[in-house]
Design a protein around this ligand. Structure first.
Ligand code: GRG
Length: 300
């Protein structure tokens, strides 16, 4: 099976699991449930949950990995989705469209959008607890996953990265400042995903360390590639070779280093990410390595 087919198959399994993840019998205000499901079902790439599953598979093989890791896969997609809902709000990026659909606050209003994000973040921790409760992940591993999720999604992680980005906005001038933002805003959830996947499958401490390196480097490569694709897309829309991000003063890798050097960075980071996994003695690393290559070559 190709990597694209593998990602599609796992993303479909995640979609099914997400449908079950918010119990029907819970007495939740209908508008809130709708708002949560609206963004969860809006058709994201499911990159983070697929990485959870692929990392578990790297340790244990596909069949073993899937059931144990799935609650964690759902949890990370909920955290990611909450971050997108909040990021789109007028107080932050003020976006009208996300994943090709009107943003959550455009459909449900700001107050419900904020609450839907809050509820998804909170529910993620419920999902993590289910992993231990259904007996497929040890209590010790689950505790470590809770701790890491709180850290990497929180102030020292994604929220910190988002804050630095918002407060820095026009004042960022160096690659180091940009790397700090990328590392926390983007890489931390990706690193969490692969490490948590590994933990569900009983990865050794050296394997967890390798997964951390893989996730951080892959996250940086992913963000630079995202900025390259944004710029290429903007240029195509404008129908001329104009750097619209330069016009908007959006400081990115392509803005600071140019396209060619940015592409080289994506290749270098991807190679280093793969090397960390290749050297860590996983029994089934191929899917994880395939996803790294797939992301480097993606065009959307
Ligand atoms: C509001 C606390 C808080 C954080 C927001 C996710 C985020 C942090 C901001 C969104 C803007 C952005 C470009 C973030 C960098 C990470 C990133 C590239 C997110 C988009 O992830 P994809 O491409 O999205 O995986 P889909 O829609 O496919 O799930």
């Amino acid at each position: 099976m190709s990597t694209a087919d593998y990602i599609a198959e796992k993303a479909a399994a995640v979609q099914d699991a997400l449908h079950q993840a918010l119990p029907q019998e819970w007495d939740v205000p209908e508008r809130l449930r709708e708002a949560m499901l609206y963004s969860l079902n809006a058709g994201g790439k499911r990159l983070r949950p697929v990485l959870v599953l692929a990392a578990a598979e790297a340790v244990n093989g596909e069949a073993e990995a899937a059931g144990a890791a799935m609650p964690i896969a759902c949890a990370i997609e909920m955290v990611h989705t909450y971050s997108l809902i909040h990021d789109d709000l007028p107080a932050m990026d003020d976006d009208d469209f996300r994943r090709g659909k009107p943003t959550n606050h455009k459909v449900f209003g700001e107050a419900v959008a904020i609450l839907a994000g809050d509820a998804l973040l909170t529910h993620a921790f419920y999902c993590v607890a289910q992993a231990a409760k259904n007996g497929r992940v040890s209590a010790e591993a689950t505790l470590a996953i809770v701790e890491e999720l709180a850290r990497l999604a929180g102030a020292p992680g994604m929220v910190g990265g988002q804050t630095a980005d918002l407060l820095g906005e026009q004042g960022i001038t160096t690659i180091e400042e940009l790397d700090y933002i990328h590392l926390h805003k983007t890489s931390d959830l990706i690193a969490f995903s692969v490490q948590a996947g590994g933990r569900t499958a009983g990865a050794s401490s050296s394997q967890l360390e390798a997964l951390g390196i893989f996730g951080r480097k892959l996250g940086l490569a992913f963000q630079i590639q995202d900025d390259i694709l944004d710029l290429v897309g903007d240029e195509a829309k404008l129908g001329k070779k104009t750097n619209s991000d330069v016009e908007q003063n959006k400081v990115t890798y392509p803005y600071l280093l140019g396209m060619d050097k940015s592409r080289e960075e994506v290749e270098r980071l991807t190679a280093e990410a793969k090397q960390a996994v290749e050297e860590a003695g996983f029994a089934y690393p191929d899917r994880l390595l395939g996803i790294a290559d797939y992301l480097m070559k993606r065009d959307h």
